[in-house]
Design a protein around this ligand. Structure first.
Ligand SMILES: Nc1ncnc2c1ncn2[C@@H]1O[C@H](COP(=O)(O)OP(=O)(O)O)[C@@H](O)[C@H]1O
Ligand SMILES: [Mg+2]
Length: 222
């Protein structure tokens, strides 16, 4: 069976001033369909760079990423953008909600087809993440945990087969953080979705099917 995601030989470095730092030093990683994987490691280990590279957002200097058998960085920019919008969902540490839009309008935003269908689906998703009574609230009227729930609902609007999350609990207290991870795991398992989550929280990182530990741009444990 083709893995949902297959990364081979990923390398990436950044130049700061005169000197270069190697951030990804040869990463090989396969994620199966429906698997829930946590990428853990210290700050600066390369977790975000790896996640963005896996998700088609950061072109590697060497190596390949195949998503459902398709080579991401062999696609044109437009094809890659369309694939990301249609098949992948993203959740970030800062929720990136538009402040002037309601929860429901934020959730509708990435929908390919706007209108009544998107609004109905957005309402269903908001109910699913426990915000059935908050659809018409603005982000400023919601707590951090609630805003992250809106962002999670938004990530699901196009029914993606894979969800990527970068430190989704980074701005939350431990109780809300636990709840957000439980929600992501539940949404992944119940929807047959693959989930790849970056966290530096060792306790949270143990809650998936697999923990991949990144140390200095390499996989130290998988
Ligand atoms: N766009 C960039 N330009 C320069 N350096 C970067 C850039 N992105 C990341 N880095 C550097 O790469 C290293 C790894 O960063 P990152 O992938 O964000 O690690 P983590 O998410 O594990 O904290 C850090 O030293 C960081 O400063
Ligand atoms: Mg990071």
């Amino acid at each position: 069976m083709t893995p949902r995601l297959a990364a081979r030989g990923l390398k990436r470095s950044f130049r700061i001033g005169g000197s270069g730092i190697e951030v990804l030093r040869g990463i090989d990683l396969e994620v199966q369909a429906g698997e829930t994987v946590f990428l853990a490691g210290a700050s600066g280990a390369g977790k975000t760079t790896l996640l963005y590279t896996l998700a088609g957002l950061e072109t590697p200097e060497a190596g390949t990423v195949e998503f459902e058998g398709l080579s991401l960085y062999g696609l044109s920019g437009n094809a890659l953008a369309r694939l990301r919008n249609e098949r992948m969902g993203f959740v970030f540490q800062s929720y990136f909600l538009l402040p002037e839009l309601t929860a429901r309008e934020n959730v509708c935003l990435p929908a390919m087809i706007q209108g009544a269908d998107a609004r109905t689906r957005a309402s269903e998703l908001l109910a699913r993440v426990g915000l059935g009574g908050r659809m018409d609230h603005l982000p400023a009227e919601l707590s951090g945990g609630e805003q992250q729930r809106v962002a999670i609902a938004r990530s699901l609007i196009n029914d993606p087969s894979i969800l990527f999350a970068d430190e989704p609990t980074g701005n939350l207290d431990s109780k809300n953080g636990e709840a957000i991870i439980s929600l992501l795991l539940d949404l992944a398992k119940s929807g047959g979705r693959t989930l790849v989550v970056v966290t530096h929280d060792e306790n949270l990182a143990r809650r998936g099917d697999r923990l991949v530990r990144i140390v200095d741009g390499r996989i130290a444990e998988s």
